[in-house]
Design a protein. Structure first.
Length: 429
């Protein structure tokens, strides 16, 4: 409409319905064209498909179109004649300020709706095809992604506190899931170690309570028995009274030592850190030589102590370590032919204290258990000397507190050697 010049519209407006003329075809074949002059005369210039004439609107609507701006186009939906049409009105000017009338172009909405329905059906069909294709593609990808997760869920359901040996597969073809499996396996290993340590601790506690109860009951039973003997009349007999009192005194001393050792072990377990001071360990051993000679009795005692053996230690606790190991050697050597050798040297930046004896040695069966609490390789010999089976356990706890290590080397009938190693301090510090 906007491309047709004003003179053409003037010429078209000059035709009458009775004129015989061949009007030029200027519009799409699916539209109808009409012209309404300023006097309201309605002229049909061309008819649309199926000879549907353009609808004639009310004078008021045409007058409104004349009042619109030059480039204003009005769109109206008309149902005139039972056919729904879209009507476009455009004001026509011949010269600036002079209006020729209003051009009206219309087309039925039916074909447009049919086109829209066909396009909608086509769109829905293509969407459905795309959806099916996408689902088929997505399901294969989803299956590949979820199968490793399902396997992990299945493995996780088989894992509990009593079955921590299962592990997740770390080669499932997906980097993220493999990384997750590695993390889970690491967590399971730590849990397994923790559960094993907890079970071992519970077992040790059970054995400790059982052994402690047994050890405490034995001297108490002895004391109770001697008291019953005295109450039955032995108190009036000096010889039996003296024997009973000496036995009860010995048992009470053993009981007191047992309680003392238990309290010391409990203290070391609760507070595994002690105050250490720098010093020369050889001085401690030299100071203890008179005491060690008395404990050795008629046994031969040899000392091979290097000077300047500097390390960090707690004096009282290191004395107890030396006494425990020395008393253990005394208990397992012959009173007349026994030989005990104490050495103190420096090896590989460590101070090594060794106590060697020529006793019967320790069998391979008993060797792994010598540092366990209440463990005795020879119960009769230990009880003879008042031992409780806690000396070596206490010794190991003290050495651990000092950041050192302790081990034993022994063969049957060849004696044994206990070696304690502590971190050395250079002489310049």
């Amino acid at each position: 409409l906007m491309s047709i010049p004003g003179p053409v519209w003037e010429r078209l407006n000059s035709y009458t319905d009775n004129d015989i003329m061949v009007r030029p075809f200027m519009f799409a074949p699916d539209t109808s064209l009409a012209f309404i002059d300023t006097n309201g005369n309605f002229k049909v210039l061309s008819s649309g498909p199926y000879n549907i004439s353009p609808p004639q609107l009310s004078t008021k609507e045409y007058a409104a179109a004349l009042q619109e701006g030059r480039h204003k186009i009005n769109y109206i939906v008309s149902h005139t004649g039972g056919t729904e049409q879209i009507v476009v009105l455009k004001r026509i000017n011949s010269f600036p300020g002079q209006h020729l009338g209003v051009a009206e172009i219309s087309t039925p909405t039916g074909p447009i709706k049919e086109l829209l329905i066909r396009q909608l059906i086509t769109f829905l069909f293509l969407s459905l095809v795309a959806l099916v294709f996408g689902l088929l593609t997505y399901l294969s990808v989803l299956k590949k992604t979820l199968i490793p997760l399902f396997k992990m869920v299945e493995t996780a359901e088989q894992i509990d506190a009593g079955n921590l040996d299962r592990r997740f597969s770390t080669h499932q073809g997906q980097t993220e899931i493999d990384t997750l499996a590695v993390s889970f396996n690491g967590m399971l290993e730590r849990l397994q170690v923790s559960f094993a340590a907890e079970q071992e601790t519970k077992e040790q506690m059970r054995r400790f309570i059982a052994d402690a109860s047994h050890e405490l009951r034995t001297p108490l039973t002895s004391i109770h028995g001697f008291l019953e003997v005295l109450l039955r009349g032995a108190a009036s007999q000096p010889d039996q009274l003296d024997k009973a009192l000496r036995s009860m005194h010995s048992e009470s001393k053993r009981l007191n030592k047992l309680v003392h050792d238990l309290l010391l072990l409990n203290k070391l377990d609760r507070t595994p850190h002690v105050e250490l001071q720098k010093g020369c360990l050889d001085r401690v051993i030299n100071d203890m030589e008179p005491q060690l000679s008395i404990l050795a009795g008629h046994r031969e005692l040899s000392l091979n102590i290097s000077s300047g053996m500097k390390c960090q230690y707690n004096t009282d606790q290191m004395k107890q370590v030396i006494l425990n190991l020395f008393q253990n050697a005394v208990q397992h050597t012959d009173p007349e032919n026994g030989h005990i050798r104490i050495s103190l040297t420096e090896k590989d930046n460590e101070i090594e204290l060794s106590i060697q004896d020529n006793g019967p040695g320790i069998s391979k069966t008993n060797l792994p258990h010598v540092f366990e609490r209440f463990y005795r390789s020879d119960s009769s010999r230990t009880r003879q000397y008042g031992g409780s089976g806690l000396g070596l356990a206490i010794t190991q706890s003290i050495v651990d507190v000092h950041g050192g290590t302790i081990n034993v080397i022994s063969k049957e009938n060849e004696g044994c050697t206990f070696r304690v190693r502590l971190p050395a301090i250079s002489t310049g510090t």
